[in-house]
Write a protein that binds this ligand. Structure first.
Ligand SMILES: Nc1ncnc2c1ncn2[C@@H]1O[C@H](COP(=O)(O)OP(=O)(O)OP(=O)(O)O)[C@@H](O)[C@H]1O
Length: 223
């Protein structure tokens, strides 16, 4: 078991944004979480990636309880094994797109420099970022920044990619590029946990959960 989520709950004051959510993710699983606005999807993802502390419940990553490790250990796991794409991704303003994609390589020497450059070129090619790879983020559209953030999240070949609306800013053609890339990574046995309103992306997943009022109400596909 790569990720085990057990009775995860988050309260903001009296409001319960996530209520007793439990599920497991094995290596190579592709999980999509859909559901209406405000149902708790982003809150759930924020807890899974260690950015938000749960009010109750446990998250075990590779049998390690995230609540029991130091900030430093959590940061190391995140940098080495997890890829994160947020709804409103930000890039470093004074670095080019290519430099932004390669940025995680500075913090984790998981691969050789040559391998990082090869991986970067692969991502740039598959997301059609070639024309803008030497541009600074401020000169680019939201969709181009989104694609660069997706490339950055994959540069370390993460064991699990967590993506919150990765196609939210993209037109159909670019959403399709992202869809192909995610499928490609999943075929290579990387796990994906995706929050999305894009049903095309959701239905590539083996398991689709629907979130309503903080709960996983319905398993639409899988299991
Ligand atoms: N930091 C916070 N403080 C207080 N309430 C919050 C906070 N973050 C989220 N909430 C509340 O928790 C609930 C779930 O929000 P969340 O953003 O997780 O929903 P969502 O399903 O991701 O929505 P969307 O699809 O619009 O992104 C909402 O009622 C929201 O107002």
């Amino acid at each position: 078991m790569l990720l085990r989520v057990h009775n995860l709950t988050k309260r903001f004051g009296k409001e319960e944004a996530v209520s007793s959510v439990s599920f497991d993710v094995n290596q190579g699983d592709y999980v999509a979480i859909i559901g209406p606005s405000g149902s708790g999807k982003t809150t759930l993802l924020s807890m899974l990636t260690g950015m938000l502390s749960p009010s109750e419940g446990d998250i075990l990553y590779d049998q390690i309880k995230l609540s029991q490790i130091s900030k430093q250990e959590l940061a190391e796991i995140r940098a080495r094994d997890l890829g994160l794409v947020f709804q409103f991704s930000e890039l470093v303003g004074n670095l080019t797109i290519k430099e932004n994609i390669l940025l995680p390589a500075l913090f984790t020497k998981k691969f050789s420099n040559d391998d990082y450059l090869r991986k970067c070129d692969y991502l740039i090619e598959h997301l059609k970022l070639g024309d803008i790879q030497n541009s600074l983020p401020r000169t680019l559209s939201g969709g181009q920044i989104q694609k660069a953030a997706i490339a950055r999240s994959l540069i370390n070949d993460p064991a699990i990619l967590f993506a919150d609306e990765p196609s939210g800013d993209l037109d159909p053609e670019n959403s399709y590029l992202v869809q192909l890339l995610l499928n490609e990574y999943n075929k290579r046995n990387h796990s994906i946990i995706l929050v999305t309103h894009d049903m095309k992306l959701a239905f590539d997943a083996q398991t689709v959960y629907e979130m309503k009022n903080g709960r996983f109400e319905q398993v639409i596909k899988g299991e």
